[in-house]
Structures are given as C-alpha cells and as structure tokens.
Design a protein around this ligand. Structure first.
Ligand SMILES: [Zn+2]
Length: 324
C-alpha cells in the first residue's frame, strides 16, 4: 500500500512537470514558487501535508525521468539520465575520481558526431553502445525534453512506477535483484541477467524503437526481429549453442517455455538440469557470451564461433567455481 501511494504521488509530480496548461498545476506552481522546468528542490516551509509528502519523494521522481536529448544544452553528460533506462553515466565512469559536470553537447566532435576518441577514454563498452544509439545533439533539434524512464512509450504509468519502486525489494519476486545477487558469478554477469529480465538490452528492435536503426532484423541469422528473446534463445546461432549444452531429454521443455519462464527456470530451478551442478552459473554466463558475440558483430563485423562461446563459458564457469 505504501508503494502504491508513492506511485500515485509521483503521478501528481509528473503531471506538474509536464502539464503547464491545467489550472490546478498553474495554481500549485504559483503558490510554491515553481518557476523552473525541474527545480532542484520543491521543499517549502509552510505547505500542505500532501505537498510535504510530494517534496519528500522529489529525488525518487527525478530518478524516474530521462531526457530526450535534442540540442544537449540543458542536461549534464555525467549526472542526468539521458540514456534510456541506464543509470547516470557517472556510475560507469572509468576515471579514478568523480567526473566534472558538463553539458551533453560538450562530447561532440568537429563535424557534429560523437567524440568517440574522448568517450572511449572514460566509459566502458556497454555505455558506448548506448551512446551510439542516440543521435548526437544538434541546435536545430530544439530543447532537450523530459520523458518517463520506465515505459517503452516514455509516458508515465502507475504500474511501471510501482514495478520500479518494488523491483529490488523482495526475495520471492521473479527476477528480483536480491535473487540475482545470490548467483555465484561475477557482478557484471549479474547486471546482465538483471537487464535481460527487464528486456533492457539494446537489441535491434529497441534501436529501431529509438530511431537509431531502420531495420530490426537479426544481424546473425537475418531471420526474424532481433529482440532479447531472439538473441539469447530462438536465433539459430543461440539454439545451436544450447543444443550442445543441454541434455537431450529436456530439450523439448527447454525450447518451449515462455521467455521469462525460460530465464527463471534455468536460473533459479536447481533441479532443471540435474547433470550439471553449476547449471545456473553456466546458463547466465553463456547468455552473456551470446550477447557479447552479437555485439561484436554489430559494432565490428567479427563473430566468434559457436565453440568459442562454449569453451569461453567452460573456462569462466571453472573460474567461478574456484572464486565463489
Ligand atoms: Zn538471429
């Protein structure tokens, strides 16, 4: 109930930010001297009880906003959300100190493209992939605009807000962070699993949705739309890899489960592949290697062989056995 209330309060806040025409919004903004698009704080000494509750969750709300970059003049490269659902870039920075704030457009090279030379010095590959999917800022695009981070259509919904608020709370929830955290694999693999559960990886379907690609076809098999389900599971290259790994007697079940059930069963059901006592770790490591192979093909046309994924996976599983 507490989270539902919080989600509804966030709806009021979001409407205050985006709705400049409603009388109720104009009255509240005038009363509480709200004269910026997104004030640093909305706390007020003498205010109604509901406004007090709204101002308490202001930081949470800002975490749910992302910025659609147009001219790149208003938003900070490191400390604002502007890469879809990915966290602020400051959290991925490779520098040994906190990065100095600057506007997104500062990372533009002469000629108007992203300054890849500078970006590669300060950010990991995953973040570079996300940046590559976004058109570089340009003055003719107009001002940067705010959007809702948790919905594909970037519009607020109470449901997605509730899911966000409750996403890392409980152990029993499917795909919850606490369950994933227990996997005996490196943290980068856990993060990958988390992103997969939420279908937040930058597949071709997602790139088309963001207008950074025109074709959502799989670059490996050239058959079917490339969503996360396809990359990890139904693509002929992924299927071939899995068929070499799973026992024949469970192959029918393995290839017939709905995608999220497929993830959940392989990761959390310790009895699913009885012949492999580290199947959960092997499964998530192979999933990540399949994704990395796909990214290698998209970013630079090199594709590792099927055996490469399996042998690399075996090696990583052995390392995990020793380390965890
Ligand atoms: Zn494919």
């Amino acid at each position: 109930m507490h989270l539902q209330n919080k989600a509804f309060l966030m709806k009021i806040e979001y409407n205050l930010i985006t709705d400049n025409n409603s009388l109720w919004a104009q009255v509240l903004k005038t009363k509480y001297k709200w004269d910026e698009v997104l004030p640093l704080s909305i706390t007020c000494r003498s205010c109604s009880s509901i406004w007090t509750r709204i101002s308490v969750i202001w930081e949470d709300l800002k975490d749910c906003l992302r910025w659609d970059i147009h001219d790149g003049r208003n938003k900070d490269f490191w400390y604002d959300h502007w890469l879809g659902r990915e966290d602020r870039l400051a959290s991925s920075c490779l520098l040994t100190h906190s990065p100095i704030p600057f506007m997104v457009r500062v990372m533009i090279a002469e000629g108007g493209n992203w300054d890849w030379f500078r970006l590669e010095q300060v950010l990991p590959e995953k973040s570079l992939e996300h940046i590559a999917s976004i058109h570089p800022p340009c003055d003719s695009f107009g001002e940067d605009r705010q959007q809702w981070r948790w919905e594909p259509n970037c519009q607020f919904s109470s449901k997605s807000t509730y899911n966000f608020l409750s996403s890392d709370m409980i152990g029993g929830q499917r795909g919850s962070w606490k369950r994933i955290l227990k996997l005996r694999v490196p943290q980068r693999v856990r993060v990958f699993v988390w992103l997969s559960f939420h279908e937040w990886l930058l597949t071709n379907v997602e790139r088309v949705r963001r207008h950074s690609a025109e074709v959502d076809l799989c670059d490996i098999c050239m058959h079917g739309c490339e969503d996360i389900n396809h990359v990890l599971w139904t693509c002929i290259a992924a299927e071939g890899t899995w068929r070499r790994l799973i026992p024949h007697e469970i192959s029918e079940v393995f290839f017939s489960l709905p995608f999220h059930d497929w993830l959940t069963t392989n990761i959390f059901d310790a009895t699913f592949v009885r012949s492999d006592d580290v199947w959960s770790a092997r499964f998530v490591i192979i999933c990540r290697l399949l994704w990395k192979r796909r990214c290698s093909l998209v970013l630079a046309p090199v594709m590792g062989a099927m055996e490469d994924v399996i042998s690399k996976g075996n090696k990583l599983v052995m390392e995990c056995k020793k380390s965890f």
